[in-house]
Design a protein around this ligand. Structure first.
Ligand SMILES: Cc1ncc(COP(=O)(O)O)c(C=O)c1O
Length: 326
């Protein structure tokens, strides 16, 4: 299958490591793919998506990237870093308040020179696309050509990032002589899951792809992911013939809500760090790994031999609220 072009930013392939002590404790084999180490400023899962989306922006002669996310959005920070690296402008539409503490990803957005517009949660929910279109119009009037990336770069083009990651995993299986029969990722906007699923499907691999949603619910993300397949199809002409029941979203780990932590989640992340020397983030990977461990305990993974968890990054998301729970 012919993929769209991409610009290289990420340090690839990312390592796959065994989680020895957690595996022993749970009586199973758990591995972690270190996509948190795709880079530094431009890091985490977003880089893989940006490699395809930003190439499309460049091919269209764009000199500005516009995107959106929460105030601590990893995707917005990675977009700001890519823009700075390429000498482009970045305009971020963030859900939050101007007087918020300048820390984590928001601090880095500023360091990287991004323009920032804050909007309320209601505006974000109902009209973020219109707001980004307005900004684009303004920039175009000033003589720029702006490219809009949706939340999390989760659209057809962005999803190719994890299509490629799936191919990388298949190569690594050969090198490591391991077959991963379950692959698990956090789900925040759906593009990582959609790309992995698509890669698994097109390559006739029979791993089960599981997602742990960190906001909304399983129904919402199942629909989002099926829609993303349609968008990917526009680029490849290769359809995914699956139904809702094939999309495996493990619901029940959103906790207090998106980017809000519960003490037991933070305690889990602390124990995990001490046991494995790996730092998870409080917004995505901490909740997803917590969910995976709970589901293993419940028996959901009994039929699987080798589980691969994707560490999608997010370390800059340790804001003061989450740290206050440590
Ligand atoms: C660190 C991290 N992990 C996981 C995700 C979820 O990925 P996706 O948005 O593709 O569902 C995101 C972004 O939403 C993220 O920033």
């Amino acid at each position: 299958m012919k993929l769209p072009k991409r610009i290289g930013f990420a340090n690839l392939p990312t390592r796959i490591e065994k989680l020895d002590r957690i595996s022993q404790e749970l009586g199973t084999q758990i591995y972690i793919k270190r996509d948190d180490q795709t880079g530094s400023e431009i890091s985490g899962n977003k880089v893989r998506k940006l490699e395809f989306a930003v190439q499309e922006a460049l091919d269209n002669g764009c000199d500005y990237l516009i995107t959106c996310g929460g105030i601590q959005s990893n995707h917005a920070r990675a977009t700001a870093a890519v823009a700075a690296k390429l000498g482009m402008g970045a305009y971020l539409v963030l859900r939050g308040k101007e007087d918020s503490e300048v820390e984590g990803n928001y601090f880095l957005d500023k360091m990287l020179g991004a323009k920032i517009k804050f909007i309320t949660p209601e505006e974000y929910k109902n009209s973020r696309m219109d707001i980004m279109e307005e900004i684009k119009k303004g920039l175009d009037k000033e003589g720029h050509k702006a490219y809009i990336l949706p939340e999390g770069a989760s659209n057809g083009i962005g999803s190719f990032g994890y299509y490629k990651a799936m191919e990388e995993i298949l190569e690594q299986e050969k090198e490591l002589n391991i077959k991963f029969d379950a692959i698990v990722t956090a789900v925040g906007s759906g593009g990582t899951y959609a790309g992995l699923y698509y890669g698994n499907y097109i390559n006739n691999n029979d791993a089960i792809i599981y997602g742990v949603n960190v906001c909304d619910n399983a129904e919402y993300f199942t629909n989002t992911i099926l829609e993303l397949f349609k968008e990917i199809y526009k680029y490849t002409g290769e359809e995914v013939l699956v139904g809702k029941e094939d999309i495996k979203i493990l619901d029940g780990y959103v906790g207090r809500g998106y980017a809000l932590s519960e003490p037991q989640e933070i305690e889990f992340i602390q124990n995990f760090a001490k046991k494995e020397g790996v730092i998870l983030d409080p917004v995505y990977t901490g909740k997803a790994m917590y969910g995976l461990v709970e589901e293993i305990k419940k028996g959901t993974f009994n039929k699987h031999k080798n589980i691969l968890f994707i560490h999608t990054g997010g370390i800059f998301g340790w804001n003061s609220f989450a740290r206050s729970l440590v």
